[in-house]
Every structure is written in C-alpha cells, then in structure tokens.
Design a protein around this ligand. Structure first.
Ligand code: FES
Length: 154
C-alpha cells in the first residue's frame, strides 16, 4: 500500500525562499562590513608608490634632523609612510600598512601600533608583539645630501 502524499508546488514557498536568500546575502554583507573592527583605515597590503617615487625635501620635515626621529608622510597617491632617521645620513622608509590586514598603523613614541588588532612594531619596522604578523615593509630610499632630499621608490 502506497502511503506517500503528493505535495503540490507551493508558489508562496518559492517566493519565501528567494526572499530568504536575498536577505541572507544582505545580512552576510552587513556582517562582513561590521567585522572591519577598529578605527584604522584599510589599505592594500602591498605598498603603492607613485611612478617616479616620492620625493621629500628634508627641510619640510625639521624633526628628521635628529637621528632616531620619525616623521609620518602620506603621499597624495601612495601608501602612508614612516620615515626614520636611522643613523647619520641614513634614512629608512617604512610602509605604514599593517601586514596583518592592511590597517594604517599609528606612531606611538618611537614605535608603531596597529589600531585594529594591536600588532606592535619597533622603529625599524620589526614586529615586536600583539597580533602575530610579519614586519613592516621597508622601501628603498635614496638620500641626496646636496639637494637635501629623499626619494622613496617601490
Ligand atoms: S590589521 Fe593590524 S593587527 Fe590586524
């Protein structure tokens, strides 16, 4: 004896399923946006340097006259940078993009901290604690003592 019951197609069920899927996509997108916690700005992980590099005139950054000083620089069309006067006539250019997920890191004293998940880096860009990640990316710097300029390239 056959006890199965034929169930007629349910048009209202199909509409409900479509609506459910649509709402699920919207909810998932909202959750993804909400997961971008912290107050940091997110950037691509690989540093972006404009063609021809970024040229800085040291006279515009008087704080960099001192060895050990750090200046934050945000090029018009490039990655936010930290310039470190690491030794006499030596400068270091660090990408301020956190290697964990791309948040712009902040300077705190003579080191850096990511506002998003707390990764910390020393003045050389080496990871020192907090969220495990790699070191900050160092970019090539050409120092021209005569012109008093730094050229940061990719
Ligand atoms: S984005 Fe910097 S620690 Fe996560």
């Amino acid at each position: 004896m056959d006890t199965s019951v034929a169930v007629p197609p349910c048009n209202s069920c199909a509409i409900a399923r479509r609506e459910f899927l649509s709402r699920s996509v919207i909810t998932a997108a909202g959750a993804l946006l909400a997961s971008a916690c912290g107050t940091g700005v997110w950037e691509p992980l690989s540093p972006v340097v404009p063609n021809g590099g970024v040229t800085l005139t040291l006279a515009d950054y008087p704080a960099l006259a001192t060895v050990g000083a750090i200046a934050l620089v945000t090029p018009a069309h490039g990655t936010p940078l930290a310039i470190v006067h690491s030794a006499a006539s030596l400068y270091l250019a660090l990408s301020r993009i956190c290697p964990h997920q791309g948040t712009v890191i902040n300077l705190t004293g003579s080191s850096f901290v990511c506002p998003n998940h707390g990764a910390r880096f020393d003045s050389r860009g080496r990871w020192t604690g907090g969220q495990p990640t790699s070191n900050l990316v160092a970019l090539p710097v050409t120092y021209n003592a005569t012109a008093g300029t730094l050229i940061i390239s990719a």
